[in-house]
Design a protein around this ligand. Structure first.
Ligand code: NAG
Ligand code: NAG
Ligand code: NAG
Ligand code: NAG
Ligand code: NAG
Length: 431
C-alpha cells in the first residue's frame, strides 16, 4: 500500500514540475517572439488588433501565445486567401428537436483541436424579431451565410452587430449559450472571473470573466477544426458559396427525425407555441389550412428539399454531405459518431467516446427538455404513446414525401401506432 502511495506522490510531483517547466518554456518563447519583432507597435484598438506586414515584422497584441502558434496564426492572417490546409469546417444542419444539441456535443467534446459554436445565428433571428421583422427570406439567407462564413474563418465582427446589448470593446456577457461551447469556456478564452451583475449565459464548469470576442477569435484561429451547429439554415442550396469557398473545407451533416416525433417533442418543449396542436389533441378537427399546419408543412418541405440536394451529390457538394437520422443516433450513438468522424476526416477522440458512453446510459433522473442525457433507445419510440392517431395521421398527410424519403413508416390505424412490435423506422443507409 505504502509503495503505491509513494509512487503516486512521485508521479504528482513530477507532473507539477513538468507543468512549471512548460510555463517557463512558454514564457521564454513569448520573450523570443517579442524580441524577434522589435520594430512594430502593438495595435489593439478597434478591429485592427493585428498589424499585417509582408516582411515578417508584425506582432500581435497578445503575450499568451507561444512562438509556434504565433507563427501559425501570422501565416494564416497573411495569406487569408490560402486554401484550407487540413482543417475542417463542420456544419450541423438541423431543425429543432432533432437531437442537434446532443450531436453537437460529439464535436464540442472533441478536445483542444476543435472550435465549436452552439447556435450563433440565434442572435440574428432574435434581433430581427425584436425589430419587427420585415426582412425578406433572401436577405436573411444571405446574412446567415455571410455570418457563418466569417465565423468559420474566426471573425466575429459581423455577428457582433446582432448581439444585444452590443459588445463593448468586443466584450459581452450576452453571447447566446456560451456555456454550450467548451472553446468559449476554456483557456485562453476563459479569463479570470470578475464579479459583475447578472449574466444570462455564463460558463458552468468554471467561472470566467465576460466573453472577450477578440480572444475568442484568436483561440479560434489556433484550432485546427471548426464546428457550428445551427437550426436556422432553411435550405442547403443556399450554402453553395461556402462549399465552394477555397478557404473552407465544408462538411455538412444534416440531422433529420421522424416529423411525428418532432411535433410531439416540440409540443412539450415549446408548449406556448403549440397550443393549436394541443387543442387538436382533444376536440376540434384539424384544418389543413391552419397556419400552424402550414408551418409544419413548410418545415418538412425545407428539410426534404435540402436532403434531396444533398443526396443527389451535385459536384459542388461531393464528399461534403452526410444525412443522419436522429433515431439511428439514439439507437447506435457510438457507431453513428464514428461514421460522422470518418466522414469529416477528423480523428474520433477518446474524449468523445467517453462522453458518449457517459451520456447514453440509462438515467431515471428527470433532466429537463434541453438535456442531452437520456436513455436513448427508450426515447425513440416514446412519442407513439402520447400522440393521438388523429395528429399522427395529419403529420403523415402533410409531411408524407419527407417521411418517405427518410424511411419512416406510416401508421394506418391507432392500433398500429401503439403496437410496440411494429417498428415505424425502416432500416436505411444514406452513405
Ligand atoms: C519591413 O521591415 C523593415 C525593417 O526591417 C522596415 O523598415 C519596413 O518598413 C518594413 N516594411 C513593411 C511593409 O512593413
Ligand atoms: C499566398 O497564397 C498564394 C496562393 O496559394 C500563393 O501563391 C502566395 O505565394 C502566398 N503568399 C504568401 C505571402 O505566402
Ligand atoms: C472581419 O470581417 C470584417 C468584415 O465584416 C472585416 O472588416 C475585418 O477586417 C475582418 N477581420 C479580420 C481580422 O479579418
Ligand atoms: C480582449 O482580449 C484582447 C486580446 O487578448 C486584449 O488585447 C483586449 O484588451 C481584451 N479586451 C478587454 C476589454 O479586456
Ligand atoms: C433504456 O430503455 C430501454 C427501454 O425501456 C431498456 O430496454 C434499456 O435497457 C435501457 N437502456 C439502458 C442502458 O438501461
Amino acid at each position: 500500500m505504502k509503495i503505491k502511495y509513494t509512487i503516486s506522490l512521485i508521479f504528482i510531483v513530477a507532473v507539477v514540475i513538468i507543468e512549471k517547466e512548460n510555463n517557463i518554456i512558454s514564457k521564454v518563447s513569448d520573450k523570443l517572439s517579442l524580441k524577434q519583432t522589435p520594430q512594430t507597435p502593438l495595435q489593439t484598438s478597434g478591429s485592427s488588433w493585428v498589424s499585417l506586414h509582408q516582411n515578417g515584422s508584425s506582432v500581435l497584441g497578445l503575450s499568451e501565445l507561444d512562438l509556434s502558434s504565433y507563427l501559425k496564426l501570422k501565416w494564416r492572417l497573411w495569406n487569408i486567401s490560402e486554401p484550407s490546409k487540413g482543417g475542417k469546417h463542420i456544419l450541423l444542419l438541423a431543425t429543432t428537436r432533432t437531437g442537434s444539441s446532443f450531436v453537437g456535443e460529439f464535436f464540442n467534446q472533441h478536445g483542444p483541436n476543435m472550435f465549436y459554436l452552439f447556435e450563433p445565428l440565434w442572435h440574428v433571428e432574435r434581433m430581427l424579431t425584436l425589430e419587427g421583422g420585415g426582412t425578406s427570406g433572401t436577405a436573411l439567407t444571405q446574412v446567415h451565410r455571410d455570418i457563418l462564413r466569417q465565423l468559420f474563418l474566426c471573425n466575429f465582427s459581423m455577428l457582433e452587430n446582432f448581439i444585444n446589448p452590443p459588445p463593448i470593446d468586443h466584450v459581452t456577457t450576452g453571447f447566446f449559450r456560451r456555456e454550450s461551447s467548451q472553446s468559449l469556456c476554456s483557456n485562453p478564452v476563459c479569463t479570470p472571473f470578475v464579479k459583475k451583475g447578472y449574466e444570462p449565459y455564463h460558463c458552468r464548469n468554471r467561472r470566467c470573466g465576460p466573453l472577450n470576442l477578440t480572444l475568442a477569435s484568436l483561440s479560434c484561429l489556433e484550432r485546427e477544426h471548426h464546428a457550428i451547429k445551427s437550426v436556422r439554415i432553411r435550405q442547403l442550396e443556399t450554402l453553395r458559396p461556402l462549399a465552394e469557398d477555397p478557404r473552407l473545407d465544408l462538411k455538412v451533416i444534416q440531422l433529420v427525425r421522424d416529423p411525428r416525433a418532432m411535433l410531439a417533442s416540440r409540443m412539450v418543449a415549446f408548449a406556448n407555441n403549440y397550443k393549436h396542436w394541443k387543442r387538436w389533441m382533444t376536440d376540434e378537427d384539424i384544418s389543413e389550412d391552419d397556419n400552424e399546419v402550414r408551418k409544419l408543412k413548410g418545415n418538412c418541405e425545407n428539410i426534404r428539399m435540402s436532403a434531396e440536394v444533398g443526396l443527389k451529390q451535385p459536384p459542388w457538394l461531393r464528399g461534403r454531405y452526410m444525412l443522419v437520422r436522429y433515431e439511428d443516433i439514439a439507437m447506435f450513438p457510438m457507431l453513428k459518431a464514428a461514421e460522422m468522424y470518418s466522414f469529416t476526416g477528423i480523428p474520433f477522440t477518446t474524449q468523445v467516446k467517453e462522453w458518449i458512453l457517459r451520456n447514453t446510459q440509462a438515467s431515471n433522473e428527470v433532466s429537463g427538455v434541453y438535456s442531452t442525457q437520456k436513455n436513448s433507445s427508450q426515447q425513440v419510440e416514446k412519442w407513439r404513446f402520447s400522440m393521438p392517431f388523429k395528429l399522427a395521421r395529419m403529420v403523415q398527410k402533410i409531411c408524407g414525401p419527407t417521411m418517405d424519403l427518410f424511411g419512416y413508416t406510416f401508421a394506418t390505424s391507432e392500433e398500429m401506432l401503439t403496437d410496440k412490435s411494429i417498428s415505424l423506422i425502416e432500416e436505411r443507409s444514406f452513405l
